[in-house]
Design a protein around this ligand. Structure first.
Ligand code: HEC
Length: 145
């Protein structure tokens, strides 16, 4: 009897650990997906400015948010957080490539922020294309469709 109670206790404890783990992973995934959505809306807003040849100064703040996010985004992909997300196993099996793709995106967004602050619309247009390409470059290898 005692042994049975002990076994049940251990089973309950480990079930608890599993569900705490699942909740943790859901939060991590929800947070990074929300941040990525914000990156998507920045990109769309900046594209509208570039397409309309509008004033580029307002692009700076969005581009700076992208630069700062991409500089720290890989921290949002701890091991064990693949489930229920579109992150491909390559995020972890080829982590160096994933890190490189993130730092390319951060560098491109940094260029975009500087070009916008300098009010240089042709540099903004060029850096915008670089940023957009950096999203696709990472998604191709590291995000499920
Ligand atoms: C270094 C890799 C990397 C870069 C760079 C990157 N992404 Fe992502 N993105 C991902 C991964 C991985 C996911 C899947 C995340 C998940 O489902 O947990 C994702 C998901 C998304 C999603 C879907 C979010 C959702 O709700 O499911 C959007 C939108 C998105 N990215 C936009 C962008 C935009 C716009 C850029 C460029 C400005 C960008 N991403 C750059 C890796 C990247």
């Amino acid at each position: 009897m005692k042994q049975w109670v002990l076994a049940a206790g251990i089973a309950a404890l480990s079930l608890g650990a599993v569900s705490v783990g699942a909740v943790w992973a859901q939060d991590v995934v929800a947070q990074r997906e929300a941040d990525m959505k914000r990156m998507g809306s920045h990109l769309q807003a900046i594209k509208a400015v570039v397409d309309a040849s509008g004033p580029v100064a307002p692009v700076a703040e969005r581009a700076a948010d992208m630069r700062d996010y991409f500089a720290r985004m890989t921290g949002q992909f701890p091991a064990g957080s693949a489930e229920g997300s579109k992150a491909l196993p390559a995020v972890w099996s080829d982590n160096a490539g994933f890190e490189r793709a993130a730092s390319n995106a951060a560098a491109a967004a940094g260029k975009l922020a500087s070009a916008a602050s300098a009010n240089d619309s042709s540099a903004v247009a060029a850096a915008f294309r670089e940023v957009a390409a950096s999203c696709g470059a990472c998604h191709r290898g590291y995000r499920a469709r």
